[in-house]
Design a protein around this ligand. Structure first.
Ligand code: MG
Ligand code: ZN
Length: 216
């Protein structure tokens, strides 16, 4: 009896991701997949990070959105190469899109590549893009219940930024709930309380980032 096996789409996707990682490794680039819901502050974080890395470590950004080049425009002019990837109806970046993005960059010149994923708390976590690390943002207005509700996103995170902590005082917010939920699903990733407005947590983020730096 002949058994037909349909190879998983994920398998093909993972093969492209592995190829991306090989290219990044060959160039000595550390890539960070930045994920969160829409509006958590991914682009804002990167807009602060690019100048802070400065001449010390060059970086580039692949920024994914369904439509518009708004994020690329926000990040342009800060000293990093920025490539906007429009996914059309796609609700996450695919490794194939990232591969095309890599074609647009001079990888040998980079220390870091940030991949700003499409704002979405669900499927981006399921797709390996060839990144080395995952940075996940959760902003306080989204609520203190999201870690438990969207565990897959937080499970695979290498660092978690609790963003917009400056708003905690006007929200009915229980930060301990975040910590308790994370204690159950991810004790590996540091949790950084961050505010782009007050600047709190930014040094901690930069320290984490520098710790991931390639030795080249
Ligand atoms: Mg954005
Ligand atoms: Zn998706």
């Amino acid at each position: 009896m002949k058994i037909n096996v349909i190879k998983s789409v994920m398998e093909a996707s993972d093969a492209v991701a592995a190829e991306n990682r090989k290219r990044l490794d060959a160039a000595g680039v550390v890539s960070i997949n930045v994920m969160s819901a829409p509006g958590s502050g991914k682009t804002t974080l990167l807009a602060k990070t690019i100048p802070a890395l400065g001449a010390e470590m060059s970086c580039a950004v692949l920024v994914g959105d369904l439509q518009t080049t708004r994020d690329a425009e926000r990040l342009g002019g800060l000293g990093a190469a920025v490539t906007q990837i429009n996914t059309g109806k796609g609700c996450h970046l695919s490794p194939t899109e990232v591969a095309r993005g890599l074609d647009s960059l001079q990888l040998d010149e980079l220390a870091f590549l940030f991949i700003e994923n499409v704002g979405n708390m669900v499927c981006p976590a399921a797709f390996d893009l060839g990144e080395h690390r995952r940075a996940v943002l959760l902003s306080t207005p989204e609520g203190d219940d999201k870690v438990a509700k969207y565990p897959t996103l937080f499970q695979s995170a290498d660092v978690i930024l609790l963003a917009k902590v400056d708003l905690i005082e006007v929200l009915d917010y229980d930060g301990q709930r975040i910590r308790d939920d994370l204690a159950r699903i991810n004790t590996r990733a540091p949790l950084i309380e961050f505010s782009a407005v007050s600047g709190v947590g930014f040094d901690q983020w930069m320290d984490w980032l520098r710790d991931q730096r390639p030795t080249k």
